[in-house]
Design a binder for this molecule. Structure first.
Ligand SMILES: [Zn+2]
Length: 212
């Protein structure tokens, strides 16, 4: 059946209008809307974007060192980030894995802008040798600008245990030190960050003690 309706999503394309066998689609990269045939959309494959997906892939298959540095490592990280969050490289739904379910349950997602590798690379820069993608400072937060860094294994492990460091207003210190400074218990601060509070809020919002 040659069917598509307004609002349907094919990879990065969203259908805006349907006219007979033609559809007007808009790509999530922000390029202008354009017309395409519905059978093209339904066939999948190379018609999942305005062409930006193919461009991004060519860039990474044949990286120009001057343009994207060691793009291949950053690209591999981007691919596994997408995969962990249940996304294909065109931003569609990937078949769920054990890993994916764990991430989805925790509500960890990829920021819409980072569904596009080019934007991810622009924000993160190339991945230095020996480094990998780490969600930081909010370990329970999503993959989004401001909450990711390239980290060594040691840094990642430190982030996982009790020596979590927080950067706020130009100052970086451990959770315990912050808790002491803002006069909130470490336990409360930790819970707030786990619940996904913004750092600024977690550190400044007064904590009401019950029963007094
Ligand atoms: Zn596009």
């Amino acid at each position: 059946m040659n069917r598509a309706k307004v609002g349907d999503v094919f990879g990065r394309n969203t259908v805006l209008e349907v006219h007979g066998r033609k559809a007007v689609v808009k790509c999530s990269c922000g390029s202008p809307a354009r017309a395409t045939s519905i059978s093209n959309l339904l066939s999948g494959g190379p018609n999942q974007s305005c062409g930006c997906w193919r461009k991004e892939r060519m860039l990474t298959k044949n990286p120009n060192p001057e343009k994207i540095g060691d793009g291949s490592r950053a690209y591999a990280s981007w691919v596994s980030m997408m995969r962990r969050c249940g996304l294909t490289q065109t931003g569609g739904r990937a078949a769920p894995t054990k890993d994916t379910r764990r991430y989805l349950e925790k509500g960890i997602t990829v920021h819409p802008a980072w569904i596009h590798y080019a934007q991810f690379l622009q924000d993160m820069g190339p991945c230095p040798p020996g480094y990998s993608l780490d969600r930081f400072p909010n370990r329970s937060g999503s993959y989004e600008p401001g909450n990711c860094r390239w980290a060594t294994i040691n840094e990642q492990n430190r982030n996982r245990d009790f020596c979590v460091e927080l950067a706020f207003e130009g100052k970086t210190q451990t959770l315990t030190e912050w808790a002491r400074e803002v006069n909130i218990s470490r336990h409360v601060l930790e819970r707030r960050l786990k619940e996904g509070w913004l750092i600024a809020l977690a550190l400044t919002f007064p904590h009401e003690r019950r029963g007094c």
